[in-house]
Design a protein around this ligand. Structure first.
Ligand code: GP9
Ligand code: MN
Length: 630
C-alpha cells in the first residue's frame, strides 16, 4: 500500500501540474469551440472537439513545461492567445460571410482599415466569453510556475508536442471531407483541424490546376453546344435586339435587401423612388444573391458574367486576369463606351486589375482625375455625389454607353451622420440596427431618385436600359428579433438572401411584376437579349422575360448546392450528402420526398463544376476561340 502511495505521489509530483495545466486548456478550448458551434446552429461532435482541444492543450503544456523559465511560460501563453484570436476572427468573419477564414484571405488584411466600423458592429458584448479563459490561465500559470521544480524536460516536452500533433492531425484528416460546409467542419472538430484541412486542400487544389490540353477538346465541344443552345433562347425571344444601340446603366446597390421596397413605417414609404420606379418597370421581387468569398465584388462579377463565382478569395482577387465575356467586354465589341464606377480607391478589392479584363474602358474611382472625392460617407464617396458626377460624365460620354455603378453608402454599421437621416421614424427605431438600416436605405433611395431625375433632364432616360439590384443583405441573423418586432415581417434566410431587381426599358411606362425566381446571374443574359448580342456568350443565367422555370442556385452563403425555385426549394445538408438535404414543395410549404428536388440539384451541381473548370483553367476565352471576334 505504502509503495502504491509513493508511486502516486511520485506521479503527482512529476506530472501533477502538467496534467492540471493540460486539463484546464483542453476544457477552456473545448468550451470556446462549443460556444462557437452553438452560434452556428449545428450539432457539435464532442469527441473530436475534445481530441483537438486536447491536442492544443498538449502543445501549450509542452512549451510551458520545457524548463522553468519565464520565456517558455510567456511564449506558451502567447501562443494560446494567438489561437484564441484565430478562433475569434473566425467567429466574427462567419457572422458576415457565413464561412470561416481561409489562408488565401490573409492577403485581404490590408482592407481591414476600410471596413473597421463594419467589423466593430459584428462584435457582441456576449463575446467576452471567448476571452474569459485568458486571465484565468494567466493566474493559473503564475501559481503553477512558482511550484514547478527547476529542471529541463526536453524529452517529455517533445513527446507531449508529438502527441498533440497526432491528436490534431487525426481530427483534421479522419473525419473531415471537402463536401462538408465550413460550419459542419467546425462543429465536427473545431477551428484548428478545420484550418489545417482547408489549407491542405487549397495547396492540393493549386497543384491540381494544370494546363488544359487537347484531351479536353471533347469537353470543349460539349460546352460550345451547351452555351450555343442557351443563347438560342435569347435569339428566339421577341425582345431580342429590341433596344439595340440604347445605353445601359446598371446600379448595383450596396446592402439592399428586397424587404424595404413598398414597406411603410407609420404610413411612410422607406423607398418612395424605388417604389415609383417599380411601378413603371419590370420588377423581379423573387431575386436572390449569389455572392461568394468576394462579397460585393462577386455580386458585380455574377451580374456581369452570369457565372458562379467559384474562387477562394473572390473572383477579383483569385482570377483577376482571366479572359472573360462579361457585359463590359461584349458591349465594347458592339461599339459601346464602357465604364465602371466605385467611389473608393482603385486598389480596393483589386478592382483596378480586375476591371481591365471585365472590359471597362474607364474606371471612375475616388482618385480618378474626373472624380471629386468631395463628400465621403462610410466606405467612400457618397451615393448622391457619385450619381451627380456620373450625370456630368454622361454629357461627354460617347453614345451608346454602358455604365456600371456600385453604390456604397448603405453599409454596415449603417450609422449615417444625423444630417443624412431624413426618414421620420417612430421613437422605438432609435439606435436600433433596423432603424439605422432603414435610414441608410432611404438615403440611397433619395440619391437614386435624384439620379433618375437627372437622367430625365439630360434626355437620357428614354435612351437607356436602367437596372437596379441589391448586391446582398444588409442586416444579419443577429438582427432578426429587432426586425421582426419593429417591422412585423419574417426575416428568415430566404428573406435575407432576397434582393430587389428592377429593370426599366427605354420609354416604358407600365410596370410588370414578375414573380419568377431569379438570381443575379440572370441580369447579363437579359441585357444581352435586349441589345441583341450575336457574339457567342458563356452564361449560366436565363433572360428574365423568357425564364419560365424560376431557379436561383447557391455555391456559397448557405450550404453548397442549395437552391430556390418556383416549385421546390432544396436546402443541402451540411455534410454534403444529397439524400440528407431538405426538399420543400413551395405550393404547400411542406417538406416532401427529397427525390423531387434531384433534377434541380444535378443541374446546379453541373453548372458549379463547369464554372469552376472555366475559371480555374482560364477557359472562358477559349471555348469559342474560333467564333469570338477579337
Ligand atoms: C464595397 C465592398 C465592400 O464595394 O467592396 O463591402 P462588402 O463586400 O463588405 O459588402
Ligand atoms: Mn456589399
Amino acid at each position: 500500500m505504502r509503495g502504491l502511495i509513493a508511486i502516486y505521489r511520485g506521479i503527482v509530483k512529476k506530472w501533477g501540474f502538467p496534467i492540471l495545466f493540460l486539463g484546464f486548456i483542453t476544457i477552456f478550448w473545448a468550451l470556446k469551440t462549443l460556444y462557437f458551434v452553438h452560434e452556428l446552429d449545428v450539432s457539435p461532435h464532442k469527441k473530436f472537439i475534445l481530441l483537438a482541444s486536447g491536442g492544443l492543450g498538449l502543445w501549450i503544456t509542452a512549451i510551458f513545461f520545457i524548463n522553468k523559465s519565464k520565456v517558455s511560460a510567456v511564449v506558451s501563453l502567447l501562443i494560446y492567445t494567438l489561437f484564441s484570436f484565430l478562433l475569434y476572427a473566425d467567429v466574427v468573419y462567419e457572422r458576415y460571410y457565413d464561412a470561416i477564414l481561409n489562408i488565401d484571405l490573409l492577403g485581404q488584411a490590408d482592407q481591414v482599415g476600410d471596413i473597421f466600423d463594419s467589423i466593430i458592429s459584428l462584435l457582441y458584448i456576449s463575446d467576452v466569453f471567448y476571452w474569459l479563459d485568458i486571465p484565468v490561465l494567466i493566474v493559473l500559470s503564475v501559481l503553477v510556475f512558482k511550484r514547478i521544480p527547476k529542471q529541463t524536460n526536453l524529452i517529455g516536452s517533445f513527446s507531449l508536442f508529438v502527441l498533440g500533433t497526432v491528436c490534431i492531425l487525426i481530427t483534421a484528416f479522419v473525419p473531415l471531407k471537402t463536401s462538408y460546409s465550413d460550419q459542419y467542419k467546425v462543429a465536427l472538430t473545431g477551428v484548428i483541424p478545420s484550418h489545417i484541412f482547408d489549407t491542405t486542400q487549397t495547396i492540393l487544389d493549386q497543384k491540381r490546376v494544370v494546363e488544359v490540353s487537347a484531351q479536353n477538346q471533347e469537353m470543349m465541344i460539349k460546352l460550345q453546344e451547351r452555351f450555343l443552345r442557351n443563347q438560342e433562347v435569347q435569339k428566339n425571344s421577341t425582345s431580342f435586339g429590341k433596344y439595340n444601340g440604347k445605353n445601359v446603366i446598371i446600379v448595383q446597390a450596396e446592402s439592399l435587401n428586397n424587404f424595404p421596397i413598398n414597406l411603410k413605417v407609420s404610413g411612410k414609404e422607406i423607398t418612395p423612388n424605388l417604389n415609383k420606379l417599380v411601378e413603371e418597370s419590370y420588377y423581379y421581387p423573387n431575386t436572390y444573391l449569389q455572392i461568394g468569398r468576394g462579397n460585393t465584388s462577386d455580386a458585380e462579377f455574377v451580374a456581369n458574367n452570369s457565372i458562379y463565382p467559384i474562387a477562394s478569395k473572390g473572383i477579383y482577387k483569385t482570377f483577376p486576369t482571366n479572359d472573360y465575356l462579361s457585359l463590359g467586354s461584349v458591349l465594347r465589341k458592339e461599339g459601346y463606351s464602357t465604364s465602371a464606377t466605385h467611389g473608393n480607391t482603385p486598389e480596393f478589392w483589386n478592382r483596378q486589375n480586375a476591371y481591365e479584363n471585365q472590359g471597362y474602358e474607364q474606371f471612375y474611382h475616388m482618385n480618378h482625375p474626373k472624380i471629386n472625392a468631395d463628400e465621403i460617407l462610410g466606405l467612400g464617396i457618397s451615393d448622391e455625389s457619385i450619381f451627380n458626377q456620373m450625370l456630368e460624365i454622361y454629357q461627354e460620354e460617347e453614345k451608346p454607353f454602358y455604365s456600371f455603378i456600385v453604390s456604397l453608402s448603405v453599409h454596415r454599421p449603417f450609422e449615417l451622420p444625423e444630417e443624412y437621416q431624413l426618414l421620420d421614424l417612430p421613437g422605438q427605431f432609435n439606435n436600433s440596427n433596423t432603424g439605422n438600416y432603414l435610414q441608410s436605405v432611404h438615403y440611397f433611395d433619395r440619391a437614386l431618385g435624384m439620379f433618375i431625375d437627372g437622367l430625365k433632364q439630360a434626355n437620357l432616360w428614354d435612351e437607356t436600359i436602367f437596372v437596379v439590384y441589391g448586391d446582398h443583405y444588409g442586416l444579419l441573423p443577429n438582427d432578426t428579433e429587432g426586425i421582426e418586432r419593429l417591422l412585423d415581417i419574417t426575416f428568415d434566410e430566404k428573406t435575407r438572401f432576397q434582393i430587389p431587381l428592377i429593370m426599366h426599358y427605354p420609354g416604358q411606362e407600365e410596370g410588370v411584376v414578375n414573380e419568377v425566381v431569379a438570381s443575379q446571374m440572370d441580369i447579363a443574359p437579359t441585357i444581352t437579349t435586349l441589345i441583341g448580342i450575336e457574339q457567342p456568350l458563356i452564361q449560366f443565367g436565363v433572360p428574365l422575360e423568357e425564364k419560365k422555370e424560376g431557379f436561383a442556385g447557391f455555391a456559397y452563403e448557405t450550404t453548397k448546392y442549395s437552391y430556390y425555385s418556383n416549385k421546390f426549394d432544396y436546402i443541402a445538408s451540411h455534410d454534403g450528402v444529397y439524400e440528407r438535404g431538405t426538399c420543400i414543395n413551395n405550393e404547400t410549404n411542406e417538406q416532401i420526398d427529397v427525390e423531387a428536388c434531384r433534377a434541380g440539384y444535378e443541374k446546379l451541381y453541373e453548372d458549379i463544376e463547369i464554372s469552376k473548370f472555366l475559371l480555374e483553367n482560364n477557359q472562358i476565352g477559349r471555348v469559342f476561340k474560333d467564333l469570338i471576334p477579337q
